[in-house]
Design a protein around this ligand. Structure first.
Ligand SMILES: [Zn+2]
Length: 188
């Protein structure tokens, strides 16, 4: 995982604020882990309607907790060929701030293998964090900062019911960072 380069001038303050802000408040009622478990079994059974239903439930629960407008969800079989430019886009999903729509796909583009549950859930949380950036924290843009990845990671572990992982970062040129996986996995 790589962070975006900081913007030169405009929006730099927002970027730095996003970068520093890793401590996302998390729902504690256990609803998320229950929904995540039904998502996991729906994926195992490969029942798309159930996957879509569980994703919708998860996002509704999150939107209620964070008091943001509910975002739409589309679960696709595979990555769309055309990806619109205003969307923030990753390997397994994307998000449009204009339409507040999250799209995730269940199969990898190349080998058409089913995306693993962990990757799928992590993508969903990642896209929802873009939604939070725009509609909760009111950042002018939703950058992939260290803080962003920390917020998305915290949300993922909360939903999955696994202990949160501290992320360790290594600097790159141009003000970017990459995750130091050996240290992150060791935890020191
Ligand atoms: Zn992203």
């Amino acid at each position: 995982m790589l962070t975006d380069a900081p913007p030169r001038k405009a929006n730099r303050a927002g970027f730095l604020e996003s970068d520093r802000f890793g401590n996302l408040e998390l729902p504690k009622n256990g609803h998320l882990t229950g929904i995540a478990r039904s998502l996991e079994s729906a994926m195992k059974e490969e029942i798309t309607a159930d996957v879509r239903h569980a994703c919708g439930e998860l996002l509704a629960e999150l939107s209620k907790f964070y008091e943001v407008p509910e975002c739409g969800i589309r679960v696709l079989a595979s990555r769309p060929l055309r990806v619109r430019e205003t969307w923030t886009s990753e390997l397994f999903g994307d998000y449009s701030p204009d339409t507040m729509l999250i799209r995730v796909w269940m199969r990898t583009a190349i080998r058409k293998e089913v995306t693993s549950f962990g990757t799928f859930l992590s993508t969903l949380c990642h896209e929802f964090c873009h939604h939070l950036d725009f509609h909760k924290f009111r950042f002018p843009d939703s950058w992939h900062t260290r803080g962003f990845y920390e917020r998305a990671g915290a949300l993922y572990h909360c939903a999955r019911g696994t202990p949160p992982k501290r992320l360790f970062w290594a600097p790159l040129r141009g003000g970017r960072w990459r995750i130091d996986w050996p240290r992150t996995n060791r935890g020191t």
